[in-house]
Write a protein that binds this ligand. Sequence first.
Ligand code: ZN
Length: 202
Amino acid sequence: MNKIFLQISLLCSLTLEARSLEVISGGMCSGKSAELLRRLDLCRHAEQKFVVFKPAKSFLSDSIESRNGSSREAIVLQDEDLGEIAKTLDSDKAIKVVAFDEFQFFPVQIIQEIYNILHDKNFNVRIIVSGLDKDFAGKPFGPMGDILAMADRVEKLTAICHVCKRDNATMSMRVVENTDVVLTAKESYVPVCRDHLHIPGE
Ligand SMILES: [Zn+2]
């Protein structure tokens, strides 16, 4: 192959890979954080600098934690500080990958921030989002519906259904009688398939 053509092809493939938005989604206990950590580990091996953001909800820790015990530090963002994402990228052009964990708990305004970053020629970053796609009623959770629509690539993971034990659980069933959208105690939910979902109050 012509050497110049090869160099141009390589440059194009690297560019396409860099500016992208991928979403890891699914119900509870489906391994979303473990998959995010796996992708970040690959970035580390590839010597690609990355930064991780997490929403500032009092019940969340300041790291990404998977159920298999691995973890990684994250920058905790208050709802009013979403502008810090672009500022962080602007101040350190070596950052090639931006990750978000527990994305369902960010305010919906984060969608515009991510849109701006994706369409700003000054930034050439790969964005990876991990989050719970549906709330206990099976409806889109916070900004998850919009980010899934914007994504270039989506991976939806499943868990084992608490009732039928098949690997088809895509829903998070609330097992306490409470209809608040945000209820965080993990023992308040179990993963179930659509056939075995019961919504409190229905
Ligand atoms: Zn089931």
